[in-house]
Write a protein that binds this ligand. Sequence first.
Ligand code: GLY
Ligand code: MN
Ligand code: MN
Length: 449
Amino acid sequence: MNTPLDLSMLDIAPFRERRERLLAHIAAQGGGVAVVPTAVERARNRDTSFPFRYDSYFHYLTGFGEPEAVVVLIAGDTPKSILFCREKNEEREIWDGYRHGPDGARERFGFDEAYTIGDLDLRLPELLANQPVLWCSLGYENDWDARVMRALNAVRANARAGTVPPHSIRDVRAELDEMRLIKDASELAVMRRAGEISGDAHRRAMAATRPGQYEYEIEAELIHHFRRAGSQSPAYPSIVASGPNACVLHYVENDRLMADGDLLLIDAGCELDGYASDITRTFPVNGRFAGPQRDIYELVLAAQTAAKAEIHPGSHWNTPHDAAVKVLAQGMLDLGLLMGTLDAVIEQGDFRRFYMHRTGHWLGRDVHDAGEYKRDGDWRVLEPGMVLTVEPGCYIRPAPDVPEAFWNIGVRIEDDAVVTTDGCEYITERAPRTVADIEEAMREGLDGA
Ligand code: GLY
Ligand code: MN
Ligand code: MN
């Protein structure tokens, strides 16, 4: 059989269980039909496409990675899950690779029915007819919106046959976001492995860095490890930012020559089987922390430690951020970067000049993952199974009122945390973090990585 090896290992039980849970949610709200498409293939230039990446919601429900696929879930007395996918096609498979085809996909991924994607426009009106609610993701993609509207109009046009279209449309993503926010055991297993791979990649990057190299040489070390360890790609464009570039939050050019005395900030994580990891480390290119660079590093590390202490069930989303801000603001005062009192610099937001982002975000299939941060106006309470990043930083651009010794220092330290029943688990510990551990990893060089 020419099924790709990794898919032959795929356990479909979690995907089936998620479809059943979504169907139960829909049934509990009066029933209806959910329609979720995968991502669209995009041209990069002329006849070259961007690498295809399935839609996170679609893949969460199906485990099915091929382009041109839609899942339809019908709630009711006999719930049903139906896949539309590309047909088997020997000619296309010779050029582009294996396709399951509807029969193969139904069997392998556990759908009740499967049809070719070419049948979708014909069958969708029948599937929507007489359903009370259409659950879909409106506004996700213009062509998809138009396709769904055409199907609704086709039901309306058939009114004399006694069929009616759904009387309301709801965003299925709201239901799925809540489900995705709490990771199940299979998801956590993948995320732990993604964290290990990314942690080892950061260690390798430290071991490989020397003055006189270009940032892209270190980016190559990250990619080298991501792929060698079996992850599919970076989860987002790697930031390899030396010297002043560390103060550009979304720097991705990665083309500067690194000099003795520079700090290097690396924000990079792999994507493994659809799940992101997200790690930042900052270290001196010459392998030795000293002077103001060390002061700022220790300050950001202390802020991260304070934030981490607030990650446990029952804590509010914003509590780790507040804890980090308090430590950072006090440090900025102590180092002469800010003037005034702690309360005043926090209340007036003066600290934002050097710390302008928040201390974390949900992490999962998307690097900035699904899930609301507030509920009924209040920051939500952390629960076991939630995964979040902890990433305080300090970025000091040159300015006449800032001591010159601090100019161009940019530090961020980012780890990934799983909330557990009694606290939290860090899944990115393999990336050296303390001054001593980083200096040791750099001394060891690539032989130790
Ligand atoms: N790498 C993206 C972030 O840290 O949010
Ligand atoms: Mn992050
Ligand atoms: Mn990051």
